[in-house]
Design a protein around this ligand. Structure first.
Ligand SMILES: Cc1cc2nc3c(=O)[nH]c(=O)nc-3n(C[C@H](O)[C@H](O)[C@H](O)COP(=O)(O)O)c2cc1C
Length: 152
């Protein structure tokens, strides 16, 4: 019998004001788990992401609220930390997906290409205006499973 290595997925997000981005993160995680991934959720609002753990993961989902038409500062900090480590083993080339929430402007979408540094984007980014409705949650779950399938 062979040893089956589980795909490890990181869901790295910032959620603070209403929990909107956090609700989306949970659904992405469910989609990943439905395809057999082992998922770690990290809300960077709680603590700075420990960048030395990043190489442990096969794929990553990034989620941010729109803050002043940009990423939340904690995710910008993640990208700054990632850049410093980028030439070490395990930092480049991961499949990734993006999700975001906003209050009606949503211009953060123009800044999301920053994540393209880390690897190859899978699927379309999912957005929510305010609290995610069922359509948004279904899209999040589907995006999670799409990421899992792309990472096997
Ligand atoms: C500091 C701050 C700045 C914001 N700037 C914007 C903005 O420029 N455009 C926009 O559409 N929403 C903006 N919002 C609204 C949030 O993006 C929105 O409420 C989001 O869903 C919050 O996510 P969370 O509940 O996961 O923290 C801002 C909210 C905060 C707290």
């Amino acid at each position: 019998m062979g040893v089956v290595k589980m795909t490890k997925a990181l869901v790295l997000y910032h959620s603070q004001q209403h929990g909107n981005t956090g609700t989306m993160a949970e659904e992405i995680a469910e989609g990943l788990r439905s395809e057999g991934c082992e998922v770690t959720l990290h809300n960077a609002n709680d603590e700075r992401y420990p960048i030395e753990e990043y190489p442990l993961y096969d794929c990553v989902a990034f989620g941010t609220p729109d803050y002043f038409s940009y990423l939340a500062g904690t995710l910008k900090t993640f990208m700054d930390d990632w850049y410093i480590h980028r030439n070490e083993p395990g930092y480049q080339g991961k499949p990734y997906v993006v999700f975001y929430s906003h209050g009606g402007g949503g211009r953060v979408r123009e800044a999301l290409s920053l994540f393209s540094r880390v690897g190859t984007q899978v699927g379309e980014s999912v957005e929510s205006r305010g609290a995610p409705n069922q359509t948004v949650l279904d899209k999040c779950r589907a995006l999670g499973s799409e990421l899992a399938k792309a990472s096997k």
